[in-house]
Design a protein around this ligand. Sequence first.
Ligand code: ATP
Ligand code: MG
Length: 796
Amino acid sequence: METDGDTIKNTPTGFRCTLCNVSLPNQPSLDQHVKGRKHQTLSSVRATRKIQEEHSVFVSGIKPDVSQTEISEYFQQFGQVSEVILDKNKGVYAIVQFDETHSVKAALSCVEHQMKGLKLSVKPREKKDFKLIPKKKNIPDYQQFLDYLKPQLCQLMSVDEQMRYVVEQCQLGEHETEARGLLVQLLQEVFVEFFPDSQILPFGSSVNTFSIQSCDLDLFLDLENTKVFQAQAKSATETVGEGTSDDGRSEDSILSDIDLTAASPAEILDLVATILRRCVPGVHKVHVVSNARVPVVKFHHSELKLQGDITINNRLAVRNTHFLQLCSGVEDRLRPLVYTIRHWAKQKQLAGNPSGAGTLLNNYALTLLIIFFLQNCDPPVLLTVAQFKELACEEEECVIEGWDCTFPSQPVSVPLSKNTQDLCTLLAGFFSFYSQFDFASSVISVRDGRTLPITDFLGQNEEKKAMHETQPTTSPHHSPKLGPLNLLDPFELSHNVAGNLNVRSVLSFQRECQEAEKYCRSLQYKRKSAKGRSWGLVCLFTPSGETPCAKTEQLTISIPFKVESLPPSLQDQLRATGDGFRLLWFQKVCCAVEGVLQRVLRCHLTPSTDGVFSENSAMDAVKNVVFNVSVNDSCEMPEPQNDASPQRAALVGSKRSLSPSGDESTSPQGKKPRRAKRGKPKVPQWNCVQKHMVWAGRRKVRRELIKDTDSRPEGSCVELESQVTAHIVEKEMEIKEPLEFRVEPQMVGGTESSRAELKLVPTNDKTGVFHDFFHFLQTFLPKMVETMLAEERGEA
Ligand code: ATP
Ligand code: MG
């Protein structure tokens, strides 16, 4: 191994190790460093590299079809070859390593190297200094870019100017656009060689006018014409004879190995990947992702520094891209809004799944949310997709995979909006709109420009399947996969483009909208700071966590309306109940809560009627649709009703109403809040007594109980959890003085994501155990309620 002499330098303040890139203040710390693992490892790697350099030669002039074995065999004449490293991507150079250094000399002294008719050039290995390449700082280019942008934004005069400036600075430059165009052209030329008459079509942000400098290049390889070509060539071969097709093209192509009509997408994509690897210069890291919703070949282009995706079944994406492009052409406020909101969402870690995997919004879904908001402004900024369709002429009619994708091809066919709000107001309106939105129980339809009741989508799949089987003329399309955020694709109406989100990501989105909405009401948002402070967009582009966010109510347990985890039978009941579905669900939840407390956790419950609303309190509350629902003590199911059971529903007030139109009586979903019916709406409440610390040591007991059976996660089995409690109650002493608390459930929905909220109020906690119990319940209760509802065990 090398000595450390050449890597340790004296400096005015001590020593510097140039290998590890560190400064050491004195001799003891230097000695320690040199003995340390990092220095030892790097020294040993450096020594190995040096030996390799001395034992090898650099060979160029080879061709991609030359194999490692052939190169090794050729160089054996100069001495024993220990390794041949081929440049994998281009296959045009190799490094040949010998066992002995005299073989290197022999190879270098040979005047001419001829191998398989190729003239090879053989040179000594370049001597490179071995240095530790510092790890990239954990700040992506994007963050640096924003840091550079922020002071400039502060200099501008208005939020509108800032928003337009963001577009200017972020959009793809002319040269980049041109370079991408050339790559597309090159790919087209290569693919058409292998797939005659195929077409490569860009879509996504490179086309939809929302490109940013680092955006990916989404491509659709259209093989429809190739399939026709292949079919014709096949029948011609059968009649004319083997060898050539009727247009004289050689049959000796990739197409003779694969039948495009019969092949699976994965097989075709494998072929596409091979072509990319072998025939497109500059393309690296090619791999097929065949288990995605839309299977794709991914690649990287090193010179253009871009990520590319090629899909083969994605005609709808090309069409929806043109739709976004049309919207942008019709309404010039859309681009600044999309760019600004995309940056905001990225900073707040709400969006950023390029592939739609993970639990964040992807940019396409976020753009649709913006369009939906603009459709709901007063007056609307954008038309609904259905209205766009009405403006199209006959030639513009378009149906893809059975979905109507008709819209005008040119923005001039679309009348201008009467809405004249500036960008600053629209941006604030966006945040306000979604901060009061009931995501959990609505389905957003950009096609209709309104939300559709979730009950219309419950329990339909079985029905549709059965109907399609008996009447094949009916639509075979499935219902969308429902989740905490339901956003229908504008054309493929059975697809929820936000189906990948989970409750937590939707809650974060809404919480950040609420934060942003609050900020947008401040002067700091609208007015340039005279003292040079951050203002306008700058604060919106601050990563989440750097600004304090609203704390959730401390002693409240939230049970979200998770339609996707409800059993089909309950979904059917909710559907039959129509508008009153929240009430029915809430009743089921209350029964389940009662079951968990009483049967699973052995709490002693007594219904309390303390919470009867006075008529006045119900009358005061008219501005938001927040239901407080009474549940009868026996937890009987109500008869399915078409209305929200007004006898039971009361509306309670909340502080503000901020619909973008300024119409305080309308929720974002366009519903008028219903007034409470006079009477005595009861708030369900229970007084609870807990005598044992059933929350302590549960995990251990559970582990012991399931030792010999299959393991189940906490809260996934009612019987098991009841046994765990029984075990604890049997073994452990009672709490000195029982814990007493009150549970006050409340249904929230309409202007916020639908959920049941349980407020817990300690009424006697002399031993101070309430907080531990509460923390346990915070995760345990929602999980158990979900399990009980899934098992339809909501009855008391
Ligand atoms: P960027 O690449 O800058 O993140 P983008 O506008 O290209 O933004 P992507 O998320 O890459 O957005 O999506 C590219 C295209 O793929 C979209 O324009 C759309 O046509 C299609 N697409 C993406 N996600 C979905 C989805 N969840 N459902 C349906 N189509 C989608
Ligand atoms: Mg993209």
